[in-house]
Design a protein. Structure first.
Length: 416
């Protein structure tokens, strides 16, 4: 790995100096190369899917699976990044002192960014595109389930770099998928300028606890939906259904439903009908509801265990709790949330303001699904991850979040 990290570090100066036209040209060629290599990528992905069956859940298989449409979407994501403004070189502030000394604050690339991620092949192309457009070199370390897919994707992306005359070492893939290689990246001081883990709680906690390089905490999403007493019930059902079932394996899927006691008798039977009865009748996987005592008196389900309100299920499972009102809902979220995304369904402007002011998460929604917490949906092209911390970056990490800044000072013989 040291050889690869040395090459990545050596490429940093060249990549940081690329102008916008050069970066955009490379991105378009990378997108073209992805499409041209579709069959090779699909063949590699088929091997990964075959190897993963029986060892990971069906919803995680869906995260791993690629098809021609998904590859086209990956290519389109790269092209979208090419259309975005270049964040490098922006003058963030400018001050001229009385003696004429001019002090400017300028946006610059971070340098070499390492991304450790799990079984989502599209992260490979998203991360590479965002890193290049922001003037950074990337070191990618995917999970073992998606290794063949990631390798085929990186080979295509590096082909695009070659065609554009840019050093291939701008994009690097760690081929050692042992736990030791992940640990080595976490401690690669002098080579890695920023580490971004993207995956489940285990991966993120391991990076946060063990990394000696700067690390961005991302991803784990125990996302809540609170249905307040004035809510439009039909709207609430629509949002709950989308937030839980549209893609349960992603970090912005809702895991916990909080229901105001004043509407529990009306709302909960409709929740059960939508998430359980109707899905089962259509041949879809019904949602397993894990209920607190009050909810269990109204609908069928499994009694919620001690950890169910602190679990990112990433599956067709949802914890349900009845609360006395907005204060208890806010208190519950403060205690159990991972700081990712929370939503309130309400007709009350007062309740909406109190919720958005009091809930301390990266994204707080009013009358909307949590599934919108995504770089593409936020107009960032795609994302490097969802930061759940507060220093440097918070929420979907796009191009600006992959830059830092430096001060450039202009003088005319000034001395102190």
């Amino acid at each position: 790995m040291i050889k690869m990290l040395t090459a990545a570090k050596a490429a940093k100066t060249e990549v940081s100096a690329l102008n916008t036209e050069q970066k955009n040209n490379a991105l378009l060629k990378m997108a073209d190369a992805l499409i041209e290599n579709t069959q090779r990528i699909l063949d590699a992905n088929a091997v990964d899917v075959k190897n993963a069956k029986g060892s990971i859940s069906e919803v995680m298989i869906d995260r791993l699976l690629l098809n021609a449409d998904r590859i086209r979407t990956m290519a389109d994501g790269i092209r979208d990044v090419a259309k975005l403004p270049d964040p490098v070189g922006d003058i963030l502030s400018e001050t001229t002192r009385e003696d004429g000394l001019k002090i400017t604050k300028v946006s610059v690339p971070v340098g070499v960014i390492a991304i450790i991620y799990e079984s989502r092949p599209n992260v490979t192309s998203d991360a590479a595109a965002l890193a290049l457009k922001s003037g950074n070199v990337c070191v990618l370390r995917g999970g073992k389930e998606a290794f063949n897919s990631a390798l085929a994707i990186v080979n295509a992306l590096r082909e695009g770099l070659r065609r554009s005359g840019i050093c291939e070492d701008a994009i690097n893939l760690v081929t050692d998928i042992s736990r030791e290689s992940a640990t080595a990246l976490m401690k690669a001081n002098g080579y890695i300028d920023m580490l971004i883990p993207r995956g489940g709680a285990g991966l993120i906690n391991a990076c946060v606890q063990n990394a000696t390089v700067p690390c961005i905490q991302t991803g784990t999403g125990i996302c809540h939906i609170y249905v307040e007493k004035t809510a439009d019930i039909d709207m609430a059902i629509k949002i709950i259904n989308n937030a839980k079932t549209s893609r349960p394996s992603v970090c912005n899927a809702a895991e916990v439903l909080l229901v105001d006691e004043q509407i529990k008798d009306e709302l909960l039977p409709k929740v059960y009908d939508t998430l359980v009865t109707k899905r089962a009748s259509c041949g879809l996987v019904p949602v397993e509801l894990r209920l607190d005592g009050k909810a269990a008196q109204i609908i069928d389900g499994i009694s919620a265990g001690d950890n169910d309100f602190d679990t990112e299920f990433l599956d067709y499972i949802m914890a349900v709790k009845c609360v006395s009102g907005i204060d208890e809902a806010i208190s519950h979220i403060a205690k159990h949330s991972t700081g990712h995304s929370e939503a309130i369904i309400t007709k009350s402007d007062e309740a909406a303001l109190k919720f958005t002011s009091s809930v301390d998460s990266a994204a707080v929604y009013v009358n909307s699904s949590t599934r919108f917490t995504d770089g593409g949906e936020f107009g960032l092209g795609c994302e490097m991850g969802i930061s759940t911390q507060k220093l440097h970056a918070r929420g979907p990490m796009g191009l600006k979040e992959l830059t830092t800044y430096k001060y450039v000072i202009y003088g005319n013989g000034h001395i102190r």
